[in-house]
Design a protein around this ligand. Structure first.
Ligand code: GDP
Ligand code: MG
Length: 827
């Protein structure tokens, strides 16, 4: 049988041929098969001149044109060949069906390449399978060459190529280049990755490169006898499912497992194995971004992606692989690709302080470590590498959790204790600024806008910046050292119970800082459903903007149990997240679990520079929010409270103030006190009659059943912009100078002293413990904030953004309602 294949590009004008195989890659393959170029179909060449590009064909009654480079990837047999292939010798004409069948027969040639480390048993396997007698042993240094043999099984012909052994398929040795060329140029149908199972970590490095190439791979887990001898427990099926690559244990020297291997090859060739899928090794956010940037320019040239996976080319370019670059030289946007790669590499190396190749290699080993950690159990411990020892403790089944909780506690503790110092400074700074503006600017609406609206609103929020920066610093530190990956690893099993997995854990932890970067961090999740589910439960992670509300109310109303109440609020948030996930998993996100690898990247000593940089990237988001959303909201709230300017008061406060001031019975400080009170009453009435007051009264029917007064209603509305504004609004509405410390005794005292002045509750305290708790609940749960909704929209769709708005608010109302109504029965 001839091994020379005819390609569609070789068929002359007017001739017909039958397709036997479509080579090529990804998007190209998909497109061309969608056009009808599949096994067994007849193609007629309409026009094919030697130098003409594209070439025109007719298939299934349609005329299509293919680029010559595309036509080269379609293997065909000419009608004559198909006829001669056909066993049935008719005297007259051969009908088309017979031709198709014989073409399919020809298509049943499966090209297999054996790839693996030196001495993993490739040649032994090759010999056994093909019955040939190649010398077994290591030939390194001898001319690079591949041996080919054929064998038949179940009606299929296997054309097997034994490639030279390599540890990698970079460009360092002629063997490596040879193997790579064979895979990319000859395009075997399936690559058999032969692995020496007594040395999994090293052997699997090559596997990670094959994964990047996005080709069909089956792993022959060779020397399986050695593994069994060691008494190792290895869930290779589990590993295979995680990798999307079938794994067949073999003992090539005894011929064990070879039959199973070839049966599997047929299954994979015919796309019958459901576990086969292409996975992406997650290289971490920075490298993934770099890959994406390079892919963007590669995609501009589809001729590249016909044969190679764009992701693979991008990764190779990031590894500064010269031969990949050389291969791209003839494509028209070569210069652009080259300069993009150069630039992204420079950025990466600056950030990591390491060569980009090293960063990628490290990530690959992180992937292998993570994959084996879950599937590979050694019988006796002892001969592990030192970096693994730390993992034994940090990801220990029992010790892992308390260690993790300790780090979390440390993080929150540091966030609030360390943060309190700069918080004080910023506070006084804001106070001084507003005083200075008050004295320098002329009286009028503009001054009020600057002082009460802008400085008051934004200033009230900026005081929390240090806490947020510190929280981000710790989160970056945990990411940079590699601990976050361990935390995700140990949380994985737990997260699976609620329909998520370990990778969702990082965004959720970040949510305690600010939900916006947390929502953005869901990008690291591969699966869209996981991403959306994580996104919609993230708002229940009480972000730092909500903390001021709790601190204010807890210190005013629950002085005896501060810690406990605060903890319960956070816990309720987490519980709600879990419950929501459980429910959503049932109704909208039911899915087949696809196991995947949780990477365990190597530990790194973080540098102050890197961690600060990452912290800054995260903090920027928050600053931006302050610069636009909070600024605008502050101005709006201020204006709504400031206008209309002409209020008809119930009593004439001004004459009362004059009367006090001219009174002879009162001494100076008494006068001052009275005047201050009168002014407050006046301002309070004006507020109530302002637009915002009207708004508050308008929503009263909705919030009354929760035990809230109209001022709380206004605070809730203003909190839509940002939760920090809830406190600012309470500061304005409950008559304290909001420019003073939010947590200062004055606002606290006012909150304690507030009584209802109308209705059947008249004279009773507004902030009972029950109402305060319900209010905190409501603030915890309802509408996260505009910035979060915008982030959800950006990362998913309007649909989910609207959903998030509605369901959070509904739950908040229902829960506050139930708590208040049930609580009222007892209190
Ligand atoms: P290659 O470099 O990958 O082609 O490896 P070879 O086929 O030359 O095999 C290297 C050595 O491993 C030879 O001595 C083989 O006999 C031995 N070998 C191959 N497969 C197995 C196996 O499954 N189990 C054991 N114990 N030895 C094997
Ligand atoms: Mg060999």
């Amino acid at each position: 049988m001839t091994t020379n294949n005819t390609h569609l590009s070789d068929i002359k004008t007017g001739d017909e041929a039958i397709i036997t195989k479509v080579l090529g890659h990804g998007a190209f393959r998909k497109r061309i098969t969608e056009m009808g170029f599949v096994k067994g179909k007849k193609v007629t060449v309409i026009k094919n001149a030697p130098l003409q590009d594209p070439v025109e064909y007719e298939i299934m009654g349609y005329n299509v044109s293919l680029r010559r480079s595309e036509a080269e990837l379609v293997e065909v047999v000419s009608i004559e060949d198909a006829a001669s292939l056909s066993e049935i010798k008719f005297e007259g004409t051969i009908d088309e069906e017979t031709l198709k069948v014989s073409a399919l027969e020809k298509g049943k040639v499966i090209n297999v390449a054996l790839v693996g480390n030196p001495n993993c048993g490739k040649t032994t396997l090759f010999n056994y399978a093909s019955g040939s007698h190649e010398r077994v042993g290591n030939y390194s240094g001898v001319t690079v060459d591949a041996k080919e043999a054929t064998m038949k099984k179940n009606g299929y012909t296997f054309r097997i190529v034994d490639l030279p052994g390599t540890y990698s398929i970079t460009e360092y040795s002629p063997e490596e280049l040879y193997v790579r060329r064979h895979i990319t140029k000859k395009m075997p149908d399936i690559v058999v990755n032969v692995i020496d199972s007594s040395n999994l970590v090293r052997n699997m490095f090559l596997t990670t490169q094959l994964i990047d190439m996005n080709i069909k791979v089956v792993i022959a887990l060779n020397m399986y006898d050695e593994l069994e001898k060691k008494g190792v427990k290895f869930d290779y099926n589990g590993l295979g499912e995680m990798l999307g690559i079938p794994i067949i244990p073999t003992v090539a020297s005894k011929g064990k497992g070879i039959d199973e291997l070839f049966t599997k090859l047929i299954e994979v060739y015919e796309d019958l194995d459901p576990s086969v899928r292409h996975i992406h090794i997650n290289y971490g956010p920075q490298i993934e971004k770099a890959i994406k940037d390079i892919q963007d320019v590669i995609w501009k040239n589809p001729a590249i992606t016909d044969k190679l996976s764009s992701r693979y080319v991008a990764i190779k370019l990031l590894e500064t692989d010269k031969s990949t670059l050389a291969e791209l030289e003839n494509f028209n946007n070569y210069e652009q690709i080259k300069s993009t790669a150069k630039q992204t590499i420079a950025e990466l190396e600056k950030e990591y302080g390491e060569r980009s190749e090293t960063i990628i290699t490290d990530a690959k080993y992180g992937f292998i470590d993570g994959a084996l950690k879950e599937t590979y159990k050694e019988s006796k411990k002892g001969k592990r590498e030192s970096k693994r020892e730390l993992d034994d403790i940090l990801t220990h089944r029992f010790l892992g959790f308390p260690i993790f909780l300790f780090f979390m506690w440390l993080m929150f503790q540091a966030t609030f204790t360390l943060g309190s110092y700069p918080m004080g400074w910023i506070n006084s700074g804001v106070g001084l600024l507003s005083e200075w503006v008050q004295h320098t600017m002329p009286h009028g609406a503009l001054r009020d806008l600057v002082v009460d609206g802008i400085i008051g609103g934004v200033g009230g929020v900026i005081v929390f910046l240090p806490n947020i920066i510190i929280l981000f610093f710790f989160i970056s530190l945990m990411e940079d050292t590699g601990y976050m990956a361990r935390a995700s690893f140990i949380m994985d099993k737990l997260m699976h119970k609620i329909g998520l997995h370990g990778k969702s854990f990082i965004p959720l932890v970040m949510g305690f800082g600010c939900n916006v970067p947390a929502i953005m961090a869901t990008r690291t999740l591969d699966n869209k459903k996981d991403r959306i589910l994580t996104m919609i439960i993230t708002p229940f992670m009480s972000c730092s903007a909500r903390l001021p509300v709790y601190v204010l109310l807890i210190s005013a109303i629950f002085p005896a149990n501060q810690g406990l109440v605060l903890f319960s609020i956070y816990l309720i948030g987490i519980t709600l997240a879990v419950l929501t996930a459980l429910v959503m998993k049932r109704i909208a996100f039911a899915k087949k679990e696809v196991p995947f690898v949780m990477e365990l990247p190597p530990y790194r000593i973080p540098t102050m520079k890197n961690t600060s940089l990452h912290m800054w990237h995260k903090g920027q988001q928050y600053l931006k929010k302050m610069g636009n959303v909070i600024l605008l909201a502050s101005i709006l709230i201020w204006a709504l409270g400031y206008f209309p300017r002409h209020t008809t008061y119930s009593t004439n406060y001004d004459t009362q103030i004059e009367r006090v001031q001219s009174s002879r019975k009162l001494n100076g400080s008494q006068k001052q006190d009275l005047v201050k009170h009168l002014e407050i009453y006046k301002e309070s009435e004006r507020q109530e009659k302002s637009y915002i007051g009207q708004l508050g009264h308008a929503i009263e029917p909705a919030i009354k059943p929760l035990g809230f007064d109209w001022k709380m209603g206004v605070s809730i509305i203003t909190g839509l912009a940002a939760k920090e504004i809830v406190v600012s609004s309470m500061g304005i509405l409950y008559q304290t100078d909001m420019k003073a410390d939010e947590n200062s005794s004055s606002l606290k005292e006012e909150i304690k002293a507030q009584t209802h002045n109308t209705g059947k509750l008249k004279g009773q305290k507004v902030f009972t413990p029950l109402v305060s708790f319900c209010f905190m609940l409501f603030v915890l749960i309802y509408f996260p904030c505009i910035a979060v909704i915008a982030a959800v929209k950006k990362e998913s769709s309007w649909h989910w953004a609207v959903f998030t708005m509605v369901y959070t608010t509904a739950i908040a109302w229902l829960l506050a309602f139930a708590t208040y109504q049930i609580g009222s029965l007892f209190v």
